[in-house]
Ligand binder design. Structure first.
Ligand code: URA
Length: 202
């Protein structure tokens, strides 16, 4: 059992999981200039687990995910879709990659036991995968986000009996650079909200 898996398994609540992550020294990103571990924010009883890519500068400073410009856009979209207060937000890695580069698959793999434990503890009805690096890491697929977005996939953990429908969508940082793409991301957000309303999602 890896150290991450052992620590993650020992966490009985999301709060304990955050403490376990802060103690975990096995992620190579820790030594690359990150100030602190950034685990999660939101409702620990949420119906939706939101998984971004990794903390940026603002997140690294404040210790919370999605609190910079991209996070503000994400929050606005969640609110407009009626999902405010109904999400628990984390990332595929818990330390800021240097220069805000995309986390590598190896860095994501080291952190994956914690992401999976968050999924198992929250047992959300649906999962929103924000950005290509999140969708690829969680679903283990290799298609680009423009192809993956808007398509529901089942995310099932190998261990235990945890699964939920997961929806890849465009990253809000991308939307800030490409405002034309907001239409697609908004369609994804509405699809997520509709799935919860219709009681289809577990
Ligand atoms: N981008 C992400 O993917 N996650 C954050 O927490 C912030 C920006």
């Amino acid at each position: 059992l890896s150290e991450a898996r052992r620590l993650a398994a020992g966490a009985g609540t999301l709060e304990e999981l955050g403490q376990a992550i802060a103690m975990f020294e096995g992620c190579p990103l820790r030594g690359l200039g990150a100030r602190q571990a950034v685990f999660a924010r939101g409702n620990p009883e949420a119906e939706v687990l939101v998984i971004g890519e990794g903390p940026g500068a603002e997140e690294d400073e404040r210790g919370q995910p999605f609190v910079g410009k991209a996070g503000q856009l994400l929050d606005r979209m969640l609110k407009e879709a009626g999902l405010e207060g109904r999400v628990f937000i984390t990332n595929t890695v818990f330390w800021r990659p240097p220069g805000n580069r995309t986390p590598t698959p190896a860095e994501q793999a080291v952190c994956a036991p914690f992401v999976e434990r968050a999924f198992a503890l929250l047992k959300p009805r649906a999962v929103l995968l924000v950005g290509g690096a999140s969708a690829k890491a969680v679903l283990g697929v290799d298609e680009g986000i423009l192809k993956l977005r808007g398509q529901w996939r089942e995310w099932r953990l190998a261990e235990g009996n945890v699964s939920a429908p997961a929806l890849p969508t465009l990253h809000p940082a991308f939307l800030l650079r490409q405002p034309m793409a907001k239409r697609q991301a908004w369609a994804d957000m509405l699809a997520l909200a509709a799935r919860l309303e219709n009681g289809e999602a577990r």
